[in-house]
Design a protein around this ligand. Structure first.
Ligand code: F6R
Length: 614
C-alpha cells in the first residue's frame, strides 16, 4: 500500500529517498512527496506531486531551492488515496502549522475527525483532507524541546493504525519513527540510517535490518539508533539478516517483473523445497513449524486462513491435507474469520498464508486465533514480516522478493510448502511410507513440470492475443481445478481488467450459464484427473451456448479438440501437481492478454501489493 522512506546520512538525501521510493512503486500509489531538511536555510523543503515518481523527480529538480548536497536528512512517501483524492495537498509529507515538523504516515487514524475539530478549535489550520495531517499538528502541540517525547505524546491521542516517520528543522540529523499496525523496518548501515515500510527500499544499502514492533518508537541519526516504548522505556530489538539481494528486485531484461517472476518459478520452487524433502522417510523437514510428531499426530482439524491469491492456494492446501493426512480441513477468508466468533478446538491447527506477511485481515485473524489458544503456523514469503514474527513458527517460502503486484511465484511456492506440510502431517497420521515417497518424488519434479508449461509460451501467447478483445470470461474446474479456476479468473481480471469469474464447473448450470454466448469465452480446466469427463460435459454445454472454449488439458489428450476451440497443454502429472501446472498456464494467459491490451502489468490500477488496511 503506501510506502515510506526516511533517510539520515551524510548527503544527497533526495537521491537516496527517491531510489527507495522507486523500490516501493510496486506496492501501488497515486501520488508522492518528500520533505528534506535544508542545511542552508535550516528549514524543511517540501515537494509533492500527483502520479508517478518520475513526476516527483521532475518537481524536485525544479523546485528544490538548494543544491542536493545541502540535504542530508529527509522523508518520502508514496500515497495510495484513502481519505481525500490524490492531490498535491493530500500527498505526504504533512507539515505542522509552524513548518517545524514533517510527517509521513501509513495506516488509518480512526479518530481523526474528533482530533481535527479539536486542533482547529485550538487554532491549527488544515491544508489537506487526510487523516494523517492531524499527526503533524499534534506533534507541534505536544512539543517542548524533545522530538521523540513530542511524537510519543502525540501518538497517545491517536486511535487507529500507523507507521510514521517524522523530521523537524529543530532537530537536524534526527529521525523519529513509530509503529502500530503498519510495518516499519530500519536498515543499519555505516554513516546512514534508512527507515522504510518495506525492506525492498533497504536491501540496496544493507542486509542488516531491525523490524519495529507495535508501540515502538525509534530515534535515529546517521550513526545511532535507539528503540523505546511509547512510555520512554528502552527496548532491545533483534537484528535480522535479509538474504535478498539487489538483483532479485531488478527486472533483469524481462519486460515486466510479473513475467520475470512467472519464469522464475522453477528456481523459486527449488529454493522453497531445498533441504526440506526427506526421500528416505517419505516426509519433509520443516523445522520452523516447531511441532513434534506427537503434537502433529494429535491435530484433528486444520483451518487455513488467507486473502486473495493466498486464499486460493489455501483452498488447494485443503485438498493436500485431506488427501495426504486425512485431517478435515477448512479454509476461511481472513476477514470472515476475524469478524465471526470462530470455533477453535484445542486440536485445531491454524495455518495463515500470506506472501507479504502484512495483510491486515490475515494478521487480525492470526491474533484472534492465538487469543483462542490455537496452534498457529504461518506460511509467509517476506522474512521478518509481522505475521511471521507474531506467529513465531511457520515456514518461509524463500521464493525471493515478489515485486509484481499480481502474485505468481508466491502462489506456486505456497502450494509446494503446503504440500510439504500436509505430507509431514500425513506421516504422523495414516500416510504410508510408500505414498510419502511418491509425493516427495513428485514435489521434487515440480520445477521440471513448470518448465514444461513455460515452454508453451508461444502457443499461450497466440491464444491470449486471439481472445484479448473479449470483455468477459469464465474459468471453470472441479476438485483441485476449482481453486485453480478461481485463481485464473483473479489473475486475468487484476492485470487485464477483463471481467472474469471463476466457478466450480458444476455450478455453471446453477446460474452463470445464463450469461454464456459467443462473446463470453469459457476457460475449462480439464487435465486428466478425476472429474475430467464431467468437466468435458460442461465444456460441451458451453459450446452449445456458442461460448468459445479454451481448454487447459493434459499433453497428449487426443480428444480434447472435440470439446474446445483452443487448447493449452500442461504435462501429464500427479493430480496434486496439476493445479500448479494449470495456474502457471493461466498466469501466462493473463499476462499476454494484459500485454496485448497495453495494461500496466506490474502495477494494475487500484491495486496494492500489500494490503495493510482493512
Ligand atoms: C493477487 C494478489 C492478492 C494477494 C492478497 C493477499 O494476485 O496478489 O490477492 O494475494 O492481497 O496478500 P498476501 O498474500 O500478502 O497476504
Amino acid at each position: 500500500m503506501c510506502g515510506i522512506v526516511g533517510y539520515a546520512g551524510t548527503g544527497n538525501a533526495a537521491g537516496e529517498i527517491l531510489a527507495g521510493l522507486r523500490r516501493l512503486e510496486y506496492r501501488g500509489y497515486d501520488s508522492a512527496g518528500m520533505a528534506l531538511w535544508n542545511a542552508e536555510t535550516r528549514r524543511l523543503d517540501v515537494v509533492k506531486s500527483v502520479g508517478k515518481i518520475d513526476s516527483l523527480e521532475k518537481r524536485l529538480k525544479k523546485e528544490l531551492p538548494a543544491t542536493r548536497s545541502a540535504y542530508a536528512m529527509g522523508i518520502g512517501h508514496t500515497r495510495w488515496a484513502t481519505h481525500g483524492a490524490p492531490t498535491p495537498a493530500n500527498a505526504h509529507p504533512h507539515v505542522s502549522d509552524n513548518g517545524a515538523f514533517a510527517v509521513v504516515h501509513n495506516g488509518i487514524i480512526e479518530n481523526y475527525q474528533t482530533l481535527k475539530k479539536r486542533l482547529a478549535a485550538d487554532g491549527f489550520s488544515f491544508k489537506s483532507e487526510t487523516d494523517s495531517e492531524v499527526i503533524a499538528h499534534l506533534i507541534q502541540q505536544c512539543y517542548e524541546d524533545d522530538l521523540t517525547r513530542a511524537v510519543s505524546a502525540a501518538l497517545k491521542n491517536i486511535k487507529g493504525t500507523y507507521g510514521i516517520v517524522v523530521i523537524s528543522n529543530l532537530h537536524p540529523g534526527v529521525i523519529v519513527a513509530a509503529r502500530k499496525g503498519s510495518p516499519l523496518a530500519v536498515g543499519i548501515c555505516r554513516d546512514k540510517t534508512i527507515i522504510a515500510s518495506d525492506i525492498s527500499a533497504i536491501v540496496q544499502h544493507t542486509d542488516r535490518v531491525i523490524f519495529l514492533e507495535d508501540n515502538d518508537i525509534l530515534t535515529a541519526s546517521a550513526n545511532d539508533i535507539e528503540v523505546m516504548s511509547l512510555n520512554n522505556i528502552p527496548i532491545s530489538r533483534e537484528m535480522t539478516h535479509i538474504d535478498w539481494d539487489i538483483e532479485q528486485i531488478e527486472k533483469n531484461g524481462y519486460k515486466h517483473f510479473m513475467l520475470k517472476e512467472i519464469y522464475g518459478q522453477p528456481e523459486a520452487i527449488a529454493d522453497a523445497t531445498r533441504g526440506r524433502l526427506l526421500e528416505d522417510e517419505g516426509s519433509s523437514k520443516l523445522d520452523g513449524m516447531q511441532m513434534s510428531a506427537g503434537e502433529m499426530a494429535s491435530v484433528d482439524r486444520v483451518l487455513i486462513l488467507g486473502c486473495g491469491t493466498s486464499l486460493y492456494s489455501g483452498m488447494i492446501g485443503k485438498y493436500f491435507f485431506e488427501d495426504f493426512a486425512d485431517i478435515p480441513t477448512e479454509v476461511q477468508q481472513s476477514a470472515e474469520f476475524r469478524y465471526r466468533n470462530p470455533i477453535i478446538g484445542d486440536k485445531t491447527c491454524v495455518i495463515a498464508l500470506s506472501q507479504s506477511g502484512e495483510t491486515a485481515d490475515t494478521l487480525a485473524a492470526v491474533r484472534e486465533a492465538m487469543r483462542k489458544g490455537a496452534t498457529v503456523l504461518s506460511i509467509c514469503n517476506v522474512v521478518g514480516s509481522t505475521i511471521a514474527r507474531e506467529t513465531g513458527r511457520g515456514v518461509y517460502l524463500h521464493a525471493g522478493p515478489e515485486v509484481g503486484v499480481a502474485s505468481t511465484k508466491a502462489f506456486t511456492c505456497q502450494l509446494a510448502v503446503l504440500a510439504m506440510m500436509a505430507l509431514r502431517f500425513g506421516r504422523t497420521h495414516r500416510l504410508s511410507l510408500q505414498r510419502g515417497e511418491e509425493i516427495v518424488q513428485s514435489i521434487r519434479r515440480l520445477p521440471e513440470y513448470i518448465r514444461a508449461v513455460l515452454e508453451q509460451k508461444n502457443a499461450i501467447r497466440k491464444i491470449a492475443e486471439k481472445y484479448a478483445q473479449f470483455k468477459n470470461a469464465f474459468f471453470i474446474g472441479r476438485g483441485y481445478m476449482y481453486p485453480a479456476a478461481l485463481e485464473g479468473a483473479l489473475k486475468l481480471k487484476e492485470i487485464s481488467y477483463v471481467h472474469a469469474e471463476g466457478y466450480h464447473a458444476a455450478e455453471l448450470k446453477h446460474g452463470p450459464i445464463a450469461l454464456l454466448g459467443s462473446d463470453v469465452p469459457v476457460v475449462g480446466l480439464v487435465p486428466k484427473i478425476p472429474g475430467y469427463d464431467k468437466t468435458l460435459s460442461n465444456l460441451q454445454e458451453s459450446k452449445a451456448r456458442k461460448s468459445p472454449v479454451i481448454a487447459i488439458a493434459t499433453e497428449g489428450d487426443r480428444h480434447i479438440m472435440e470439446h474446445c476451440d483452443d487448447a493449452i497443454f500442461i504435462p501429464e502429472c500427479p493430480e496434486f501437481i496439476s493445479p500448479t501446472c494449470a495456474v502457471v498456464a493461466e498466469q501466462l494467459l493473463a499476462y499476454y492478454v494484459a500485454e496485448k491490451l497495453g495494461c500496466e502489468i506490474d502495477q494494475p490500477r487500484n491495486l496494492a501489493k500489500s494490503v495493510t488496511v482493512e
